[in-house]
Write a protein that binds this ligand. Structure first.
Ligand SMILES: NC(=O)c1ccc[n+]([C@@H]2O[C@H](COP(=O)([O-])OP(=O)(O)OC[C@H]3O[C@@H](n4cnc5c(N)ncnc54)[C@H](O)[C@@H]3O)[C@@H](O)[C@H]2O)c1
Length: 245
């Protein structure tokens, strides 16, 4: 199995792409930890993994709280020994608010979850990975991290920032055995997009369809595995061709 006995932490794994990633990682043999503000949802995914013969643990964490993030990492290290894979997936959308429509509170809300929490959690997890000379981080950015028009001001800026942070981590820590890549999904059918899908023209997408969360999960499995050993600092679109136009 591709991820046999690897300990994989997935933030926002209670729903959407994070849920699909949790199920796919467990199917490939990983011991999955789901960290989510929605504990009930995370526990449901954990139950599904256990029923299917996998190993999983749910933790209730608000990713904007640095003390809670550090506590979570300590709990995982004491329960499971190490963290091999970190998927920074939890994120929130800004409903296409332009800069002038975005309040300071809106900006901080989006940035705290979509970018600052990833910096905090990565800093908490990296020392263990570096001391073992091995670890992989996957950051779920977006096509909004590559082009304008797929989110509002704060979402677009936070997802561009996440790609910059991904490149920074890869450039500094690759020599110490750390692999850091970003995935840039186009429009994917998940609870986050369910209210806006009707207003997104499928004609703008060369593949003429939206993506499925399982397709993103398959890319995450590949990036987490040794098959992607020489990939570092990339930002990979998975968007039915949206960003080639
Ligand atoms: N759905 C899309 O079309 C799409 C496209 C590109 C990128 N993305 C990105 O993919 C990621 C997952 O999106 P999704 O569509 O699966 O969304 P979703 O809303 O289905 O899932 C997001 C999960 O994150 C959790 N979460 C939110 N805030 C949190 C916090 N403060 N602490 C802990 N957990 C928190 C939620 O409880 C939820 O389980 C996000 O980063 C999103 O920006 C989504």
């Amino acid at each position: 199995m591709l991820l046999k006995d690897k300990v994989a932490v997935i933030t926002g794994g209670a729903s959407g792409m994070g849920k699909a990633e949790a199920l796919a990682f467990a199917e490939k043999g990983a011991k999955v930890v789901i960290a989510d503000i929605n504990y009930e949802g995370a526990q449901k995914v954990v139950n599904e993994i256990i029923v299917n013969g996998g190993s999983a643990l749910a933790l209730h964490v608000n990713m904007t709280n640095s003390a809670k993030i550090n506590d979570m990492v300590q709990v995982i290290l004491s329960e499971l020994g190490q963290i091999d894979i970190l998927v920074n997936n939890a994120g929130v959308f800004d409903k296409y608010k332009t800069s002038l429509e975005t309040s300071e509170e809106d900006w901080d809300f989006i940035f705290n979850i979509n970018l600052k929490s990833i910096f905090l959690l990565s800093n908490s997890v990296l020392p263990g990975m570096i001391s073992r000379g091995n670890g992989t981080i996957i950051n779920i950015s977006s096509v909004a991290g590559l082009v304008a028009g797929k989110g509002g001001a704060a979402y677009t800026a936070s997802k561009h920032g996440l790609i910059g942070y991904t490149k920074h981590l890869a450039s500094v820590y690759a020599s110490q055995g750390i692999k850091v890549n970003a995935i840039c999904p186009g429009t994917i059918v998940t609870p986050l997009t369910k209210d806006i899908l009707d207003n997104i023209p499928v004609d703008n997408i060369p593949a003429r369809r939206f993506g499925q969360q399982e397709e993103v999960a398959e890319l995450a499995v590949f990036l987490a595995s040794d098959q992607a050993k020489f990939m570092n600092g990339t930002a990979i679109p998975i968007d039915g061709g949206f960003t080639i136009q």
